[in-house]
Design a binder for this molecule. Structure first.
Ligand code: ATP
Ligand code: MG
Length: 413
């Protein structure tokens, strides 16, 4: 992509209402643009990152047998009356034609349970799991912190259906492992811990994945021996590490990036969701639900992976792998050489953002590259050529080196 053509440019001015690092850097870097409080537009750079996060999640969900579907954002309020959740504060209510009562779904148990019920009748149809990656709507009391707490935000939600509790328990552990793999691939594996979630006795049925980060809104108690934690909200009933008994827990701040629940029969009871077992007896379906927010995770990654110059994207989710800067482009020879490198990178399927602008200084190009945060920067200039080739520098390192144009592709592949 040529930077001169890219929709969404960097901006020097700090957005006046950016209350967090992720809101500021993502807006200034040209990744997102606020629509209204807690609702964002994703510009091409931002959508590339979000899509990469979603694709990693998608691959890991497919690996554990999840089948991807897409449920509607809009549904009848009646399903929410059935479960008694129609009075929840976060629900957005609408009126449809004929004064029908509709809601924008903040989560999809009320849609997926009756949907599954249309196809599941026998033990032979179980277990199975479906997931979607879709926007959720929650009228959060306080939408804040950029992508961390939105009113319209992206979520991956997986739902599993089982004949009995034992089968649910086994699958729950499989999903847990898939989540660890996802955070590892997203580049935040070493700072994301499993947390016993809030909710009193419900906590044995629920876990959160929390990314350690000073700006996080959750306080957790971390066992440094097991990398396991407890959410502050339940510390009164659990003052030691649930795994090793360590009572010297460290207090840290974190961002909840995932939350998994054994729903058991909560929703199957509401919808009378039964199957017939081997003996032809009616049994209730056991359910699990597993949420992970790609948009909040994108914000959390920026909160933990940045310096005072800008974002430092983990390679797997960076919008591009190479940020190629051409300097002295009024010199026809240098211009041709840099275009040649740009085209060769494209031919080799290496994702490249090429700063081909003629009207800005080298200083601005360097500052923009640091702000955007692509892992590897290449600079072709009169000086680099005099020094023997092209300059290469990693975003997360200070040192740079000059490599011969003949070896540049070997070096970066
Ligand atoms: P929180 O406790 O932060 O309000 P939650 O426990 O209500 O979130 P879930 O309903 O379990 O969240 O949602 C699953 C995932 O969706 C969360 O782990 C988070 O990654 C994401 N998520 C939830 N609410 C929001 C929001 N308002 N904005 C962005 N992402 C969200
Ligand atoms: Mg939560």
């Amino acid at each position: 992509m040529r930077y001169s053509q890219l929709f969404g440019k960097t901006s020097k001015s700090i957005p006046s209402d950016a209350d967090s690092v992720n809101a500021r850097l993502l807006t200034q870097g040209g990744f997102i643009q606020k629509e209204i409080s807690g609702v964002y537009n994703y510009l091409p750079l931002g959508l590339r990152v979000l899509t990469k996060i979603q694709n990693i999640i998608r691959e890991e969900m497919d690996k554990i047998g999840g089948q991807e579907i897409l449920m509607p954002a809009l549904t009848q309020e009646e399903s929410w009356v059935t479960t008694g959740r129609h009075t929840m504060d976060v629900l957005f209510h609408l009126k449809g034609q004929g004064n029908t009562s509709l809601v924008l779904n903040p989560t999809h148990e009320e849609v997926v349970t009756p949907l599954a019920q249309k196809y599941i009748f026998s033990y032979r149809d179980l277990p199975f799991s479906v997931y979607q990656i879709q926007n959720k709507f929650r009228n959060e009391a306080r939408a804040k912190s950029g992508l961390l707490r939105g009113r319209e935000f992206n979520m991956k939600d997986l739902y599993s259906f089982h004949t009995d509790e034992n089968d649910l328990n086994q699958y729950y552990e499989i999903v847990k492992q898939a989540y660890f793999e996802i955070y590892k691939r997203l580049g935040i594996g070493d700072i994301t811990v499993l947390t016993f979630a809030s909710g009193g006795s419900f906590s044995q049925y629920s876990h959160e994945f929390q990314t350690l980060c000073e700006s996080g809104e959750d306080t957790i108690y971390l066992c440094e021996k097991c990398q396991l934690a407890i959410n502050k909200e339940i510390i009164d009933i659990q003052k030691t590490c649930p795994k090793c008994g360590n009572d010297n827990l460290k207090t840290v701040k974190a961002i909840e990036v995932g939350n998994i629940f054994k729903l058991r029969t909560k929703y199957s009871k509401s919808f009378n969701f039964y199957y017939s077992d081997k003996n032809g007896q009616e049994k209730i379906v056991e359910m699990g639900c597993y949420g992970l927010g790609p948009s909040r995770t994108m914000g959390a990654i920026v909160e933990s992976c940045h310096d005072n110059k800008g974002i430092i994207w983990p390679a797997n989710i960076a919008p591009y792998q190479i940020h190629l800067i051409g300097l002295d482009l009024h010199d026809e020879k240098i211009k041709l050489q840099s275009v040649d490198i740009y085209q060769k990178l494209i031919e080799k399927n290496i994702e490249v953002l090429y700063d081909d602008r003629l009207d800005v200084t080298a200083g601005i190009k360097f500052a923009d590259a640091d702000l955007i945060g692509i892992p590897t920067r290449l600079v072709l200039s009169k000086r680099s050529l005099e020094n023997g080739g092209i300059e290469i520098k990693k975003r997360n390192e200070e040192k740079s080196e000059i490599i011969s144009l003949d070896f540049v592709f070997e070096k970066i592949v």
